[in-house]
Design a protein around this ligand. Structure first.
Ligand code: ADP
Length: 403
């Protein structure tokens, strides 16, 4: 099945054309800094993937998507000559609220519900909805699916998703924990089950998506029962530029002390904190590891804090589950940094998560799903690779194939 995957962000557009039968990517598009003077969009086709840049200054994300559709039809390198050759469209939608508990075919009814939950992710959902509308108009006969970051976590029990706030905030504004990175956690759990040659239903897994953003999920018998992100993706772990969980009283304290506005405070917590906040240099773990090697104390502190918070989250989910068979590492840091994995699991051996240092650090193993614990580690440690667009294409294929 030929699936066009559309991942529209607040100021970015990622898209791929994926042939799901052969797991082939035929086109990659990336538009960044959309809406700013530095906006750029590149499109590349297989097999060479030579990027061609397009001028998108002054465009909205939706207009970038319209441009991409033109390129897909007109570029001689494109594998398609007409949009009719695309079998299905898979859209990433950040927030699905309580209504969307799984990937959903977008008909008029679903589109109506999408409009109702836009305010749950005001920077992301409205943009995704506009892209969906554009595609419904441009390709009215092609089935469209919405794949939600939150859907996998809709199995969390109330004790995990409720905040101890006055009940009216849940009743009036649906303030509760929704989690995020759901497609990644679901995919990582399934890949780990394949590695362990066991059914996902029989396993207790702790999946760790450690990238720029990061979250950890307790997956009990295939279902998410708790996750570190909450009402928004700001809760939980320390991240590249996000603070993760802090004492909420700090927010009002700083606002009073420095006369910050709500928007300024949002910016501090989402864009100026986390690894960047501590190092004052970079949000990128590779840079921070390099600085720490050169003796930078703040970089070392940032790594220490990062590792400690990941360890505590893994420990708390060990307590939350009825069994723990494996811890699964994925995304930029989880997949690629043997060093960080070593630091994390150094502190967890007493819980029965025993890393095999050699397996952890095999050169050339990056990109290969594998087990990196010692043979008789009571709890296995797995590394699995993730590709958001491929996961969305698969979920779309699964749903559309059933039509
Ligand atoms: P995003 O959330 O933007 O998709 P990624 O999953 O690509 O992010 O993860 C980006 C993070 O992964 C960055 O902090 C980057 O430094 C880190 N990373 C990637 N490769 C390595 C590596 N070899 N060692 C340490 N960190 C790495």
């Amino acid at each position: 099945m030929l699936v066009l995957v559309v991942n529209a962000g607040s100021s970015s557009l990622k898209s791929q054309l994926i042939e799901t039968d052969g797991k082939l990517c035929l086109m990659k598009c990336l538009a960044q800094k959309v809406g700013t003077p530095e906006a750029s969009m590149s499109v590349a086709f297989s097999p060479e993937f030579q990027k061609v840049k397009y001028n998108v200054a002054g465009f909205t994300v939706e207009q970038c998507l319209a441009k991409l559709l033109d390129v897909l039809v007109e570029d001689p390198e494109s594998p398609i000559g007409s949009l009719d050759q695309i079998d299905a469209i898979g859209n990433r939608v950040v927030a699905g609220g309580e209504y969307f508990t799984r990937a959903t075919l977008i008909d008029d009814e679903a589109r109506g519900h999408l409009a109702e939950i836009e305010e749950l992710a005001p920077l992301h959902n409205p943009v995704a909805d506009q892209c969906i509308d554009l595609l419904r108009e441009a390709m009215p006969n092609t089935p469209q699916v919405a794949v939600f970051d939150t859907a996998f976590h809709q199995t969390m029990p109330p004790k995990a998703y409720m905040y101890p706030l006055p009940m009216r905030y849940y009743n009036d504004y649906h303030i509760r924990r929704y989690g995020a990175h759901g497609t990644s956690h679901r995919y990582a759990a399934q890949q780990a089950a394949n590695l362990l040659r066991r059914s996902l239903r029989d396993l207790g897994l702790i999946t760790c998506h450690l990238g720029n953003g990061g979250s950890i999920t307790a997956v009990n018998h295939g279902k998410s029962i708790d996750t570190t992100m909450g009402f928004t993706p700001l809760e939980g772990l320390m991240m590249g530029t996000r603070s993760g969980s802090i004492d909420p009283a700090i927010i009002t304290y700083i606002m009073r002390k420095e006369g910050k506005t709500f928007d300024e405070m949002d910016h501090i917590l989402n864009n100026e904190s986390g690894i960047l906040g501590i190092t004052n240099e970079s949000s990128d773990m590779r840079d921070v590891l390099e600085s720490a090697d050169a003796g930078d104390e703040e970089a070392e502190l940032a790594i220490d804090m990062y590792v400690y918070r990941v360890q505590k989250a893994i420990g708390s989910y060990y307590a939350a589950m009825t069994r723990t068979d494996a811890v699964v590492m994925t995304a930029g840091i989880g997949e690629n940094s043997a060093r960080l994995r070593e630091r994390i699991f150094e502190g967890l051996a007493h819980m029965g998560m025993i890393l095999d240092k050699q397996r952890n650090d095999v050169e050339g193993a990056i990109g290969v799903n594998r087990i990196i614990s010692i043979d008789d580690s009571p709890i296995k440690i797995c590394v699995v690779t993730t590709d958001e667009e491929v996961r969305i294409a698969r979920e779309t294929d699964n749903l559309v194939s059933q039509l």
